[in-house]
Write a protein that binds this ligand. Sequence first.
Ligand SMILES: Nc1ncnc2c1ncn2[C@@H]1O[C@H](COP(=O)(O)OP(=O)(O)OP(=O)(O)O)[C@@H](O)[C@H]1O
Ligand SMILES: [Mg+2]
Length: 791
Amino acid sequence: MLLGVNMDGNCNSLTPKKRPNDGGSDSRRVYKLKILLPNGTTVLVEISQGTEFITVNELVNRVKQQAEKTSDHKKSVNWDADLCFIDDCDYVFRNCLRLTKLELNRVYYLRLDDGSPPAMIYYKDMWDLTPDLELLMELPAEYTFEAALADLIDNSLQAVWANDESDKRLISVEVSNEKISIFDTGPGMDSVSIEKWEEMGATLHKAYKSQVIGGKPPYLKPAFGMFGYGGYIASMHLGRRIEVSSKTKIGKKVYTLHLERDALVSGSVSGSKATWRTYGGLRDPTNDELELSPGESFTKVEIFEPTMRSTNIRQLKCKLKDIYFPYIQHDDLSEKGRTIMPIEFQVNGDDLADTPGGEVEVTNLASCIGPEFILQVRFKLNHDNATMTSSQGTRSSNEANARLRCVYFPLKDGKESIESLIEALKEDGYDYIEEFGNFRHVSCRWLGRLLPDACWAWLPFMDFRQRKTDISEVFLKRSCMRVKCFIEADGGFSPTSSKTDFAHHDPYTTALMNLGNKQPLEKDSGVDIDIRRDGKSLNLTQLDEQYQLWLMEMHEKYDEVDSGIDEHVLIVNPSNKKELHISNDEDAWIICRTIDISGKDGCLLESVEENPKFNLQKSLSLPINVIDAGKCLAVADSERNNQIVKNYQNRPSSIEILNTRQCRELGIEASLPDEHEIIAVVRPGTYKSGIPSKHLDQKYVMKDNFEMSLVITYSTNKKPQDEHKFYSGRVAPSSLGDFHGLYVFKPRCTSHPLFQNGGIFTFTFSVGDSSCEKRVVKVPVKATCDVYNLM
Ligand SMILES: Nc1ncnc2c1ncn2[C@@H]1O[C@H](COP(=O)(O)OP(=O)(O)OP(=O)(O)O)[C@@H](O)[C@H]1O
Ligand SMILES: [Mg+2]
């Protein structure tokens, strides 16, 4: 049941500890021969050290003794026949076997041949699984379908990499509802290594670790095997029944190994608690297998009755292509223009190199062609910390290397390339949750393979959003948002056991995530860092300077700002910050006039001495990070113009006084007989005077509830100083039947009866909304005149 609990992936917080010695704790030193009997049973014969050889007869006797003790098998062995033993390579032993060439304690497999036809047989208890109980309790975090599949593909990639250059390096993945299979043309496994396949904690690759540190980025050295349970756990996640088939170049037969999850979980596999034995088999390779592997070696992992499924094969192809991208194709940087395809990778028969799409490809297309900002970083444990261990319990290597490639995604036609990129990925079915404001600017590969969860928002040296910058470098805050950094890490770094992220708390992971941070970490990371650009060593200040210079270069060369917001930006240091509501001296603020505020109500520059002074009026002042916080959405020019026109058209734009004819048309004469009434209306921007038919169209008379004021001044001459006001009134609109928006003034004043004196009367109409022009009408009146016409 222990295994059952862990199968469900609930123990991810625990730390796997490696077995101290993969050879096991067996201190006796013996030769071990595992004999596969024709009746499908197996017998293990141990011969003490020092024995030089054993005759076939003697071995037969020992096998017979043991077999009779244990065997309850229906089919018996023909012990009287002419017996012989056959090894992996079909070599037949008829007389004796020399033991001195064998390794002590290593299990060698021999078939006993009694002349009965070599039917396709499964041998009971053929393989010993010796799970490390401690390890079983500490299985990796929950897998996704792709992560589990990738764990098996890792094994295949590592295997084909061991092939000679001339050998085919093919990985072929087939996924259907009935079966998942992963086939590779690697060197295959003999009887010893196939046992390692599912022997928990038994990895053959630890020795390679030191060979995968350093070298040339992108570090295509797929020494992925670290824990020794990846393949087994991954297949157990993917399905109920597994069959592993493998053949080496020299081996004539295909060894098979069968595992059933339910049998393991319920403990019905024979053996004690510490040892599980499982079925295995030997067979001839099929024609299909031989056709796919001209080198005559291969490994095939088949998972039947899959419990985890990928619903969308196209997306699966894209995701796998993303994970293994540089192994499928990459441009050799040293030989320009040459694309290298290190391996052949097929999914359901299609070559991934020919499959369009995928995040890497879409991202590459969106980036700019300008120079990348490339850093080569070496991390070294300093002496005090030479024994640091990661959370995975593995001791950190003394050194780790990474190449960081910062790529610029420019503003194109006023639109952020990253935004277009996100849109393209979403369209492509990626369950992308990022937006421009929370885009993750860092993604990581380890030994060329993507660690899908190692994608971070920023590295400290790239993040200018909250940084105190010189006022002239405000653009940096925006430009830094347009960078993505691709990290290629070598084998000095450690992944989590599910190979989806860097090992947490590993000193190198911590140091990498803090790159550029000038404030020392809480706890000294214990790692010395050497940062180089073009071979030259940089300290953190130089890194900062050079990165800023690069950003500036990219911004100037590649951002197409003519239609973007940048052209309207003016950088100043105003003297009256308080009045502008600028609360914090360190950050940049922007002053902007919203679309509904007319130009004359917008911010005014009042004085232009050393530090200019602004009158904010109706404009707003906002800290610049509103833009980066994703609260600001860019709109296309055409959309903005439309909005301006719409706004303008729907706003009050002028005041018009109705003439007698119009009043009559409205039937006002009858209801408002007073001759001294003045009736005004407010016209919207859409109204164009001079089209008589539209004068009294409600569409062109605003219904809004403005207050209109009228001031009448009077002077006997044209001098403004002699003017005196004798009426001022303010009215709300009134309606006449269905017609709304009439402003009716009754400027009667007993002390100054209108127009009874000669002189100039000035009528000034205005509404509160400033977008509406005032209307000023001057009426010269002769002394006795009782006739007036305001129009
Ligand atoms: N396709 C394959 N071809 C050849 N050998 C393989 C293949 N798959 C697995 N093996 C062998 O089986 C061993 C166990 O594989 P497994 O994935 O369980 O562990 P690992 O790769 O060593 O470590 P990790 O747990 O980190 O993946 C490998 O070390 C390798 O020797
Ligand atoms: Mg593995």
